[in-house]
Design a protein around this ligand. Sequence first.
Ligand code: GLN
Length: 312
Amino acid sequence: MTSTSDPFAYDLDALRARVLPETGGEVDRSIPQLARADASLFAAALVSIDGAVGASVDSDVRVSIQSAVKPFLFALALQDTEGEALGRVGIEPTGEAFDAIKLESGTGRPPNPMVNAGALLTASLVDGADAAARSARILSGLSAFAGRALEVDADIAKNEHLLGDRNHALAHLMRAEDTLAVSADDAVAVYAQACATLVDARDLALMGATLAAGGRNPVTGVEVVSREVARDVISVMATCGVYDGSGRWMRQVGVPAKSGVSGVIVLAAPGRLGAAVISPPLDDQGTSVRGHIASELLSAELDLHSFRTNAR
Ligand code: GLN
């Protein structure tokens, strides 16, 4: 068993071997591509805020980013609107499923940027005159976070768009409340493309590390978003990132994170590192079962919990 507070002496293959025997959870079935996911996949990566990278076996296996894109859509919307996006979306946890057909009462705004309603909205706020231009801006922004040119899986994007009935319902509801400025179909199309962006564990860890480093990609040196944006995004990941499991996550893992139904989890420990784990079988809240266990082990063994202290 590994026990060290140096992330780059940390043995991610040993971590993988410890969590692989866990066979709980079910792969997502919302689209055929996710239903076909390899339930035995597990990959993990760490990137420090100085740009040092650690990665396990299979950390180059790509999956669709799914909801782990939401913090980055929020970041790009904040950056492109110079903070105006903050008035357009709530920041309170919902205690409900990620795709609940519900808006903030009184305002008609999405409850927060980490649930589907919020991400449909933030994706509509990035720069771009039409849906194609916004998708292009999102892909280049995500690529800047990941430090390389990412790609979208067109078949996944198409199915997310076609089969995402709850997302269409949410977009129409926001139109009815006058909180979504673009057409409902354009909003779903842009969000579906964003969810279909392919990443491996290393990409996702570097995306998390860019937030953890205050918005500057620690490998390429590119300033992707401002320090204030990075802080705002990590704050909302901490309170809302694991949906109705966010409280349990914060106590057990204590690192701001975002999960996605492909089994990805991105973690951002401010001033320390970014991390990613990928393993498709999910718990009832849509979070990777092995990913959750691995995150708890990583947090304990690398001393990452935000609220642990030695001072007493
Ligand atoms: N494709 C999914 C959706 O919007 C993403 C959901 C998720 O990863 N939680 O419905």
